[in-house]
Design a protein around this ligand. Structure first.
Ligand code: NAD
Length: 251
């Protein structure tokens, strides 16, 4: 049976990471070809193997997404190979704990570059092709920190500011390209059951769950299904949505 994304060409940034890998594999399971873009070349190859195991085509491109020219070249290579990108998942990013009163300007800038400028760079490289084909799906991974100020993790101001930037970018771009058949949405995950949580002490885990009404961490597979939904044909009229996946934390 054909998957819901049969024949689509997806570009997944952060595809070597915990969430990006599961998303890449899930898109492939739905019939999409998947190009991964990440700093981590060995991790990308692992992800590509999982994509191919579903019978989908895989490409890997290594680039620092904070570098505009490097991203132009990497995306250019993918488009040269496949002709176009139908689905863009901006998943690369990540936080670093730093308290505001002692934060170095470099820390601030690094967080903005990693979590927001990277989204600009990749989307800027992909969007002209989507406009040309008058269709496209963009899904950004923001964070519940953008909405709730990072209550789950103290010391997240720069990360929260960058992810709030992703939320603003998502809504403004959704309006800008709506008439060109392109939708732009964002996920706002709360704490996910990724290896980043493996070092939680029992006390830390209990404190975390106390703030989540469902008392559940998010499952990457569930998040990946939200990406499939937003990328599928049935979501053609959903744009500018910021979808929390946080067990009710942000209510
Ligand atoms: N895991 C969570 O609980 C959680 C919650 C909310 C939001 N998020 C967001 O989801 C996304 C994925 O998180 P994850 O848990 O999979 O993290 P992860 O660290 O496992 O993966 C992130 C990936 O991004 C890549 N990356 C980072 N900076 C890059 C750069 N400059 N250029 C190229 N690649 C770069 C890394 O190499 C890595 O493979 C991130 O944007 C993160 O902020 C995660």
């Amino acid at each position: 049976m054909a998957g819901r994304l049969q024949g689509k060409r997806a570009l997944v940034t952060g595809a070597a990471g915990a969430l990006g890998r599961v998303i890449a594999e899930t898109l492939a399971a739905e019939g999409a070809d998947v190009a991964g873009l990440d700093l981590n070349g060995a991790g990308l190859e692992e992800t590509a193997g999982l994509v191919r195991a579903h019978g989908a085509r895989a490409l890997s491109a290594t680039a620092d997404l904070t570098d505009f020219d490097a991203v132009q070249a990497a995306v250019g290579g993918i488009v040269a190979e496949w002709g176009a990108v139908d689905i863009l998942l901006n998943g690369a990013g990540g936080g670093a704990v730093s308290f505001f009163h002692e934060m170095a300007p470099e820390t601030w800038q690094t967080q903005l570059d990693r979590n927001l400028t990277s989204v600009f760079n990749v989307t800027r490289a992909v969007l002209p092709g989507m406009i040309e084909q008058r269709s496209g799906r963009i899904v950004n991974i923001a964070s519940i920190a953008a909405v709730s100020g990072g209550r789950l993790v103290r010391g997240a101001t720069a990360y929260a500011a960058a992810k709030a930037g992703v939320v603003g970018l998502t809504k403004a771009l959704a309006i800008e390209v709506a008439e060109q058949g392109i939708t732009v949405n964002a996920l706002a995950p709360g704490a996910q059951a990724t290896p980043g949580r493996d070092n939680d002490t029992p006390e830390r885990r209990a404190a975390l769950l106390d703030q989540i009404p469902t008392r559940l961490l998010g499952e990457p597979e569930h998040l990946a299904q939200a990406v499939v939904f937003l990328a599928a044909p049935e979501a053609v009229n959903i744009t500018g949505l910021i979808l929390p996946l946080d067990g009710g934390h942000s209510i």
